[in-house]
Design a protein around this ligand. Structure first.
Ligand SMILES: Nc1ncnc2c1ncn2[C@@H]1O[C@H](COP(=O)(O)OP(=O)(O)OP(=O)(O)O)[C@@H](O)[C@H]1O
Ligand SMILES: [Mg+2]
Length: 179
């Protein structure tokens, strides 16, 4: 059985038409899965469905064998999911460090070690830790967003277009760090 599976997911926004029609996605432990498709195909919608930001009309989501279809996004984070949305994925008026602290909102243990790991992964964030995230470049913001998601030490990390708007060199770097 796959670690994550979205099975026969069907649903859309509000009372509108179905955006997802019988969509099934599975990912195993240690696996990197990629969703490819043209603009408007429903890639972000499928991710939102897996993360619990879309009410499914049919289908279910399982994580590590457990049916989590009824859980809120925050409950899914507690189960080990991390999600970096395509847009609005940092708190622009908060500093880099505050963004990372927000990412760790469900933890009540010491987060300093995880923050040190994020800074080791993305050194620019340590340099800019006291600066509002809104003052960072696009590629640097994506690093904040991914770092923020890593703060809960997720078992499953979902990234929606993590390299959108970043230069090819930064893109290569980001993919290296992600791997
Ligand atoms: N919040 C929303 N409310 C209503 N419709 C939406 C909403 N978000 C997306 N849609 C619609 O759902 C469809 C799929 O959008 P989605 O964002 O999932 O596409 P995508 O594959 O991620 O595209 P892109 O490559 O541009 O990111 C589009 O027709 C879009 O208009
Ligand atoms: Mg999208």
């Amino acid at each position: 059985m796959s670690f994550l599976s979205g099975e026969h997911m069907t649903g859309g926004y509000g009372g509108g038409a179905n955006i997802l029609e019988d969509c099934t996605i599975t990912v195993d432990r240690g696996e990197i899965a990629v969703v490819v498709g043209p603009n408007g195909a429903g890639k972000s919608t499928a991710m939102k469905a897996i993360f619990g930001m879309l009410d499914l009309r049919e289908g279910c989501v399982r994580l590590d064998g457990e049916d989590i279809t009824a859980l809120s996004p925050q409950a899914r984070v507690r189960k080990g999911m991390g999600f970096v949305p395509q847009t609005a994925n940092v708190f622009t008026s908060m500093t880099v460090e505050e963004n990372l602290e927000m990412g760790a909102f469900i933890r009540d243990d010491d987060i300093s070690e995880t923050m040190a790991q994020v800074f080791a992964l993305f050194p620019i964030l340590e340099e800019k830790r006291g600066q509002p995230a809104g003052e960072l470049s696009g590629g640097q913001r994506q690093q904040v967003a991914i770092g923020r998601a890593l703060m809960t030490r997720p078992q499953l990390l979902m990234l929606d277009e993590p390299t959108a708007g970043v230069s090819p060199i930064v893109m290569d770097e980001l993919f290296d760090r992600i791997i």
